[in-house]
Design a protein around this ligand. Sequence first.
Ligand code: 4AD
Ligand code: MG
Length: 459
Amino acid sequence: MKRTKINILTRLETTPGQVLVKGWVRTKRDSKEFSFMEMNDGSCLKNIQIIANNNLDNYLEIQGITTGTSLIVIGDLVESPGKGQKWEIQASSVEIVNLAPESYPLQKKRHSDEYLRTIAHLRPRTNKYGAIFRIRSEMAFAIHKFYREKGFKYLTAPLITGSDCEGAGEMFRVTSLSPSDVQAAGKMDFTKDFFGQEANLTVSGQLSAEMFALSLGDVYTFGPTFRAENSNTSRHVAEFWMLEPEMAFCDLEGNMDHGEELVKYLVAHALEFCEEDLSLFFQFVDKSLPGLMDTLLNQEFARLSYTEAIKILEKSNQKFEFNVAYGIDLQSEHERYLAEQYFKKPVFLTDYPKGIKPFYMRMNDDEKTVAAVDLLVPRIGELIGGSQREERLDRLENRMEEMNLPRDPYWWYLDSRKFGSVPHAGFGLGFERFLMMITGVTNIRDVVPFPRTPGNVDF
Ligand code: 4AD
Ligand code: MG
């Protein structure tokens, strides 16, 4: 007999008949004649009720089943006379795969997110975290689906790199040198290292994506990126997934149009394909989520310049922790004020001062600002960061010199501006921040299977 998933069994159109399910016991209660078990196999939010009659051979054993125990059940799927479920399984066989001891940490009571982070290996067995990680899986698929439909090519950018894309110096070093060798030499001798030079984990696949956009047209990367920022906030992790589209023959407007289309598509996909899991967040995590989803889907995102945004913030009469003045890097409190309170919808901010942005952004005619764009969304702040790229060789070289960037490691990047350079643009969307936005989860650690943060690399 073939194994059946609970998400198939609990659908209304299911037909009765014999089934085989494998999963874990969530709760159990016994009467004189029966054991009732709520079983979940991880395929969906709903459990299936198993009814084991006392005429089963191993009924004594069945009575000893505890929460967390793994089972293989064969039985008849029948319409349930009880309340709360449409279907139940009248078991003809209940095989205990592994009996969980009473010390199983996920007993019936509610647990705090903080506690569940300490058992990140077990939290996906709870309703909330099961739902989060099913949504995460579905949304990763949706990203690939969107780009396939649009004819973009998927690029896997290297995770180990010799260049710092963002120039923020927040990189994790990759080395094969042993600490004792380094100690003996008194310093790191990179010529003796694996690559013969300094190497790091990538902070962004953008530079690779640019080379491929200038070859294949429209491309995207979607993969892990790493940042050694020592910021212990609820929106930063050291290892996160970034989606980075890069489009040839594209300017800043086209970049924003693309970002808006992407976000709307992903939200629509979530509503259609994660309906049951999302309902948990709508009900128990944040009641304003459906309204936000509606805004994301149906309202045109605002578009304005950094300079205009600074004026709005200065006039706002808000008490911000960080003072507002032209030239500052906006803090999350400023970004959230603009998106949540002022515009009450997502906002594209463009044309930031060059001093707070990386070397590759296209210089505007005013020579003071660059063609940057960030998308700010309610509750999260920055969801997307991107720009039109500097495609003019002389301008790019000037900018690198101004910023004291060495030319040598970027020779290949500069080459792309010599041979068939074209205007191009792209951005990075933080996948975890997107998941936070659609689930209402307020701590990024709770949408990452095993989060990496300063001082924490457990699991
Ligand atoms: O704005 P960022 O730094 O942009 C880049 O890295 C560009 N090279 C992308 C590009 O143009 N191709 O990062 C992009 C997004 C941010 O808007 C944010 O959503 C997310 O990545 N992000 C983080 N998410 C979680 N933890 C962190 N430490 C993050 N840092 C950035
Ligand atoms: Mg940014």
